[in-house]
Write a protein that binds this ligand. Structure first.
Ligand SMILES: [Mn+2]
Length: 323
């Protein structure tokens, strides 16, 4: 275990531009033996083999780590998630460029090691196809999952360009194999021009809930989040956050941007609130395509803060004594 903050311990914080790149400067290890007693472990899933359009999400994990800021008290929530929880960076899954199946297996094994230690995995993508190994690993330990899915796109197509395994199809495949408990699956932020009505008809038949952007605009974000929370209810929940749920004005670095999305403040509040209210047993932030590795990338910056809100919600829930 390497603690990147150790050399600056006397000063209480490390300059962001120094030291080993780990999420929020948290301790880094690749040894599963170090996972005992950990509450949340960050895992990088640096792959974009299965995108339909612009590649580059393989650069996401490094950029999100590089966009980090020091730990500190959340000014609205009144808690420092990194003090309340034991968070570590478990490094990247050993992906193999050019081999999507071996890559998915590597991600499932690495996420599984986190779960076997009793910790919550938070996976940094990577394209949205990583939802398959991520959620299969979680469901293998927790059973069928309720899902909060933030996205501009439903990702429940049967195929994209005739290819079944894609970043446009993971949710369909996970519903069909029973990994996702469809009546406890809520999509938030859908908009644009894809997929076609037959896909939404399939979703409705299975009891999947879709909160489109036009619904959120009509209801307001608080009512929309309240409905999502009520539908997913008790039991294990996986939170899947595609960065393209955010408006391209705040998250331009993504493969299939769609104007008219959530603003950053609403998205951050929604993630924190749902992580506070629901039993999150795993989460992922996907489809971040940085324009730069460093603090200059605004999309990675938003992704870092989304993870922080998630951790803050989990910390608030633990503080309140709920599991
Ligand atoms: Mn997606």
């Amino acid at each position: 275990m390497i603690d990147p903050l150790a050399r600056w311990a006397a000063h209480g914080e490390k300059p962001d531009f120094t030291g080993l790149l780990s999420f929020a400067g948290q301790p880094y290890t690749e040894d599963p033996g170090d996972l005992s007693g950990v509450d949340v472990a960050i895992v990088g899933a640096a792959t974009d083999e299965l995108v339909s359009d612009r590649p580059g999400a393989r650069m996401g994990p490094r950029a999100i780590r590089a966009a980090g800021a020091p730990p500190g008290r959340h000014l609205a929530a009144g808690i420092d998630a990194f003090a309340a929880l034991r968070v570590i960076d478990f490094g990247d899954a050993p992906v193999l460029p050019g081999d999507a199946l071996a890559t998915a297996s590597a991600i499932e094994r690495t996420v599984g090691a986190v779960l076997d230690a009793g910790a919550i995995p938070v996976i940094l993508g990577g394209d949205h196809s990583i939802a398959e190994p991520d959620m299969r690993a979680v469901a293998a330990r927790h059973g069928p999952l309720g899902v909060i899915h933030f996205d501009a796109h439903a990702d429940t197509a049967t195929q994209v360009f005739g290819v079944a395994r894609s970043h446009g199809t993971p949710m369909r495949r996970l519903v069909e194999d029973g990994t996702i408990d469809a009546p406890r699956y809520v999509q938030i932020g859908l908009r644009g021009y894809w997929p076609d009505e037959s896909v939404f008809a399939w979703q409705r038949e299975r009891g999947i809930t879709s909160l489109f952007m036009h619904d959120i605009l009509a209801l307001g974000i608080e009512e929309a989040v309240g409905r999502a929370s009520g539908i997913v209810g008790g039991g294990p929940v996986f939170m899947s956050i595609d960065i393209d749920v955010a408006d391209p004005s705040v998250a331009p670095g993504t493969g299939t941007p769609e104007p008219g999305g959530l603003g950053a403040a609403d998205l951050l509040w929604a993630v924190r609130t749902l992580a506070r209210e629901l039993e999150v047993v795993g989460a992922e932030v996907v489809e971040v395509i940085p324009s730069a590795i460093g603090s200059g990338d605004i999309t990675a910056l938003l992704a870092d803060r989304i993870v922080r809100e998630l951790l803050t919600g989990i910390a608030l829930r633990r503080e309140a004594g709920e599991q």
